[in-house]
Ligand binder design. Structure first.
Ligand code: SF4
Length: 455
């Protein structure tokens, strides 16, 4: 016989405990263990940013917990988030709200986010607490790091970009947070950086974003999400927001490596990254200044495909500080630095004029010249590493960063920025990294880390 539901929903009293309704293995219950630790001193952190007088404000822990729920389940609209927390039992439980507790109004988020949370750098503090927890659980080895960046579309229309000389900021535009922040940063910049290309198109609504077609996407305004991960368990040890430009992303890596060393006393022996990071300048910093082994393919355009000698056919004489050509002649430099980073080594015209190899060497020039990066020694270190088994292993391991980005986009619905300006983007990226690390820690509660053979 087919059953039929006969109960009505008009009971006045229920025996109900929210705690009993959340399954033991629910993701939020497992994450709660770590969130409680990370937020332990939250009130103390924020105390200087609250007044002693006036109406009591909404508990910041409640707001942070709600934001964690939002970024975990891909609910990034604060209006939608308040509705979901209102209705969802597990969300209520995680936010420490009882059934009849009021959920804060969505407008309180932007007030606190832009005010107290940003002033106290609260999200950064929480991120660091989560990394400390991962370290305490033995999930961060600190032996090898990997770095990469992913483009996320800015909250700016790609149809309204303007050339820099077309921009004439109105008073109304200047009052928006993103424009004010951008103009303040411009004022602080003493003189333009020659290594950083000037933008060709700027968004009037979010001018800090970069006009980009990176990652084979359509042209759009975007930001770079930079992750530095510990290669062992893919724990995110640092995160940085930049405009979606390769130059800024490589510079951000320096910031992240220095900060990880200062903050967590972690300095890797090797760094895995893709070719975008294989510039002479970055490799020089990594090898000479930081003593970190680069497992990074070198950006090299010196190989020729027209049948003439490539640079690799010329031998570098380290002691003499010159190149030797295939005919045994010396190529010397005048010491002039070209483009801020290259020395030119030239053969003697007298040698080349009578050389039998000239047709294979410099058929269209009077004499051969070889460019050499100021950091060519560091590039050579990276080149030698490229033929090792350890490099191939690092190349596979660095895919873990890409997996982090893929999970963020597919499981957390993180495709486009909600907030504008670098500080808003920075907040969003920190929340994303906090949630991804918390999720990884929560999974470890039911699946402990694998025992390594040498352990
Ligand atoms: S052409 Fe000049 S640089 Fe080239 S192999 Fe001959 S001597 Fe050397």
């Amino acid at each position: 016989m087919m059953g039929r539901q006969r109960r009505d929903q008009g009971r006045l009293f229920y025996e109900f405990r929210l705690e009993d309704r959340i399954p033991e293995n629910h993701l939020l219950r497992r994450m709660n263990v770590f969130v409680t630790v990370a937020l332990a001193d939250l009130h103390k952190e924020l105390e200087p940013h609250y007044s002693d007088i006036g109406r009591p404000s909404i508990d910041p822990e409640l707001m942070i917990r709600m934001l964690i729920v939002g970024y975990c389940y891909g609910i990034r609209s604060e209006r939608k988030l308040t509705q979901e927390v209102e209705l969802h039992l597990a969300y209520r439980w995680f936010c420490k709200l009882d059934l009849d507790d009021k959920v804060p109004h969505h407008s309180t988020f932007s007030e606190n986010r832009l005010g107290r949370f940003r002033e106290s750098d609260l999200l950064r503090h929480i991120f660091e607490r989560v990394v400390w927890t991962a370290m305490a659980m033995g999930l961060v080895k600190g032996e090898g790091f990997a770095v990469d960046a992913s483009v996320l579309e800015a909250n700016a229309s790609r149809y309204h970009g303007k050339a820099p000389d077309e921009l004439d900021w109105t008073d109304k535009q200047r009052q928006t947070r993103a424009v004010a922040e951008y103009l303040a940063a411009l004022d602080e910049t003493a003189e333009p950086n020659p290594d950083r290309k000037a933008p060709k198109v700027i968004s009037p609504s979010d001018p800090s974003s970069a006009w980009t077609a990176k990652a084979n996407k359509r042209v759009q305004f975007g930001y770079g999400l930079n992750y530095l991960i510990d290669i062992d368990e893919a724990v995110i040890v640092d995160v940085e927001a930049t405009p979606a430009r390769t130059y800024d992303e490589v510079e951000a890596t320096k910031t992240m490596i220095d900060r990880t060393e200062q903050c967590f006393d972690l300095k890797p022996k090797r760094l895995a990254a893709d070719t975008a990071y294989g510039t002479g300048k970055f490799l020089g910093w990594l090898v000479k200044d930081k003593k970190i082994t680069p497992h990074i393919p070198v950006r090299d355009k010196s190989d020729r495909d027209d049948g003439t000698f490539s640079r690799s056919d010329f031998r570098w004489d380290k002691r003499g500080g010159h190149y030797i050509c295939p005919n045994g002649k010396v190529l010397r430099t005048s010491g002039t630095i070209h483009g801020g980073r290259t020395l030119l080594y030239r053969a003697s015209k007298l040698d080349c004029d009578v050389c039998l190899l000239k047709a294979k060497c410099c058929p269209k020039e009077p004499a051969r010249k070889i460019p050499r990066d100021l950091h060519e020694d560091a590039r050579d270190v990276a080149r030698r590493k490229m033929n090792t088994k350890a490099f191939l292993k690092s190349r596979d391991q660095r895919k873990k960063v890409e997996m982090r980005f893929a999970h963020l986009k597919t499981h957390h619905g993180f495709e486009r920025m909600r907030l504008r300006g670098l500080s808003g983007v920075r907040d969003e990226f920190h929340l994303a990294a906090i949630v991804q690390n918390l999720k990884m820690l929560a999974l470890r509660l039911i699946r402990p880390p694998p025992q390594h053979a040498c352990a």
